[in-house]
Each structure stands twice: as C-alpha cells, then as structure tokens.
Write a protein that binds this ligand. Structure first.
Ligand SMILES: Cc1ncc(C[n+]2csc(CCOP(=O)(O)O)c2C)c(N)n1
Ligand SMILES: [Mg+2]
Length: 240
C-alpha cells in the first residue's frame, strides 16, 4: 500500500531476544562483558567483544551462525512478508548493528522486504574482525535529545524520513517497538499514525504513563501472531 511506512524496531520486536545479549551469552563473553560494562559506551563495548572473539579464533561466520539461531516468534516473518506484498514501505530502526540485523533478516528471507535499515554501522576489517560503531558519531556535537542514548536517537531518524517525502506525498506511519529507545520516535507520530508497543515492555509502560503526549493511535501486541493480526488489520483499515 503506497503511502504506508511500517517501521520496525529489531531486538525484542522482530527477534524475541536482544541480539547483543544473545551473542555475548551464547559465545561465552559474559564475564568480560560484565567486567567492562561500566567503563565503556555500549557500542565500544560490543566492538571490544568482537575483538575478543577474533582473538579467540572465532570468525565472523561463527558469529553469523550464532545469530541465525536467535528465535523469532511465529507470525513475525509472515507479517513482514504480507505488509511488503501489500506494497508498504518497510524500514528498520535499531540500536543493534548492521551485521546482526542483516544476517538475521537474510537468514529468514526477508532482508529484501526492507527499503532502509537505520542502525549502528559495522564492517569486517582486513583481519576479519567485525567492527561496530555508533550511528551518531560521538565526536560530533550531540544529537541533543535527552530521551535517547548518545549513539542513536530514533526520533531523529523519523524526522529524516518525514523530510525525505515530497509535499504531495502523504504518508502514514506504523511504528512497532518494545524499548525505551522507541519512546522518542513514538512522540513524533501524528494523529493519522499508529504506534504498536509490545505489551508490558518498556515502550508500552512509557506510553501508558504519558498517554496525553501520544498523538498516534495505540495498538498493543504480546506475541508474533497478535502482531501479525493487528498490523494487517491496521493496513487494511488505512487502505479502505
Ligand atoms: C546507555 C545505553 N545502554 C544500553 C545501550 C544499548 N541498547 C539499549 S537497548 C538495545 C537493544 C536495541 O536494539 P533495538 O533498537 O533493535 O531494540 C541496546 C543494544 C545503549 N545504546 N546505551
Ligand atoms: Mg527493541
């Protein structure tokens, strides 16, 4: 459906776990992670974890195999495929990183459904080490939003999507998320938009404690099947 932009968060929305925690736990990095947690910004810490894996002889392909085992609830993949088939513009805004997000979406055959993925950049260096960096360069002036972590303001990304649309093109947003970082973008939504917070997760709690600040229509979900049903219902309602 032209004119509908569906924005997905990634961790605890598309996959059921947090991809950073998943890799740290599954690949045996928990003791080092806990030791360094208080002394480093999050992205530097994850970059350091990837360096540790490399020094242990674990390859990017080993990390990929670990990511492919992350659980996705039934309903999520079919929801993505259906929304794409209906012509919606699908996007990801995630505080995970490019390699983790793309590897998992590719594995489940839905990477091509997304027009844009806004997340912390990553690349494999000449030694075969996975490097992870903040979405907002921490050496530049801060993004200025006091709701979001310094590395990524998801509301900033929403503003960018809005300005990229031509005046004549009326677009309606459906934003699906779970975390504290999804509250700022939810505040940017308008009365013709929809926010889909995962029930009992931080975003849902922030929304319910600040209901007057939310202009978008609120549709909660608890599991993949509920998400699929609610999302397709909203898309159908908008398009008729
Ligand atoms: C101060 C501070 N603490 C923790 C984090 C990291 N972090 C927070 S939520 C999350 C999952 C995001 O994935 P998604 O957006 O896909 O749900 C991550 C990696 C941070 N950036 N800053
Ligand atoms: Mg999330």
């Amino acid at each position: 459906m032209a004119g509908i932009v569906v924005i997905f968060d990634f961790d605890r929305t598309i996959i059921d776990s947090d991809s950073d925690n998943w890799v740290v736990t599954e690949m045996g990095l928990t003791p080092l992670f806990n030791e360094l947690r208080s002394s480093m910004p999050w992205n530097s810490l994850m970059d350091r974890m990837m360096m540790e894996l490399h020094s242990q002889g674990k390859t990017v392909s080993d990390i990929g195999e670990c990511l492919k085992r992350a659980f996705i609830q039934p309903g999520i993949i079919t929801a993505i495929k259906s929304a794409f088939a209906l012509g919606c513009d699908l996007r990801i805004i995630s505080d995970a990183n490019q390699f983790f997000v793309k590897t998992i979406l590719q594995h489940h055959g839905v990477l091509g459904c997304f027009s844009h993925i806004s997340t912390n950049p990553s690349y494999v260096d000449e030694e075969g080490k996975l490097r992870i960096f903040p979405y907002h360069d921490l050496n530049l002036p801060p993004h200025g939003c006091n709701l979001c972590p310094s590395n990524m303001c998801k509301g900033f990304v929403i503003d960018q999507i809005r300005v990229s649309a031509s005046e004549s093109e009326r677009r309606r947003f459906i934003y699906i998320g779970d975390g504290t970082g999804d509250f700022c973008p939810s505040l940017k939504l308008r009365s013709e938009d929809f926010v889909m917070p995962r029930k009992d997760f931080p975003l849902w709690k922030h929304i319910h404690s600040n209901k007057k600040l939310i202009k978008a229509q609120i549709h909660e979900w608890s599991n993949g099947e509920e998400l699929e049903k609610a999302l397709l219902h909203i898309i159908n309602t908008i398009s008729t």
